[in-house]
Design a protein around this ligand. Sequence first.
Ligand SMILES: C[S@@+](CC[C@H](N)C(=O)[O-])C[C@H]1O[C@@H](n2cnc3c(N)ncnc32)[C@H](O)[C@@H]1O
Length: 257
Amino acid sequence: MGRTVRSPPRKGWLPSVTFRPGTVVITGAGPGDLGHVSLLAFAYLRKADVIIYDRLTDHSIFQHARKGTELIYAGKGPRRKVQQARINLLLRDQARKGKRVLRWKGGDPYIYGRGYDERQFLEEAGIPVRCLPGISSVTGLPTIAGIPVLHRGTASTFGVFTGELGKENTSDGISLQRIALACDTLIGVMVVKKLGLIVKELRKVRRADEPVALIVEGATPRQKVLRTTLAKLPELARRQKVTSPALLIVGKVAALP
Ligand SMILES: C[S@@+](CC[C@H](N)C(=O)[O-])C[C@H]1O[C@@H](n2cnc3c(N)ncnc32)[C@H](O)[C@@H]1O
């Protein structure tokens, strides 16, 4: 037998947090809509003086910030890209003004999020930083779309790669093939621009009829999940005019009903 809750819901349900002036909290806001924001992230949002935010977050959450909170966009969309060095300086300068600075990032700050770079830069400048995790699109979006990244008997390992092939500090054809050989399920972020090349590299080590799923604008009202095979993916994505953000899942789990 379970227990029954006997008292009315408690008031003050948010975790209690101390947000000191002149400090920065770097937090992940999860993927897609604001329902994926953690209570801890929300508690800091209510205390921030300035929020420096990314493109891939649900901006409607900022209506819950305190009146007078300053909102500064620092996104890296395909069209408008704020340089990382400028973001670092912005964070530092706001903190030096004595503000409580909230860095609001999509997904988890350490998963292809430059969160650690920002933390290092700020700590070297003598600014106290706290980092909070977020639900990453990498594991969150497949779950939301009904695709288990791991499943007993189907996939027991998964690996993550970025589709920004060839850029400094990102995957190249060799590392992509290495993880494609080592892991059952592969998950790719930032895959739209070079989808054809990614598929070409993967087909060197994975079957043409390998199941794939592409989750476009996941966890938003516009979410679309395309399911096909590796070989047919580029053509389908072209026909469907897929644009960023999209998450790629390769492996048997992508065909599970
Ligand atoms: C720069 S990475 C940041 C990842 C983030 N730190 C995380 O943990 O989810 C951005 C990529 O994440 C994926 N992504 C993030 N949000 C998404 C969404 N709502 N729908 C589909 N893909 C998404 C896309 O592959 C996108 O290109």
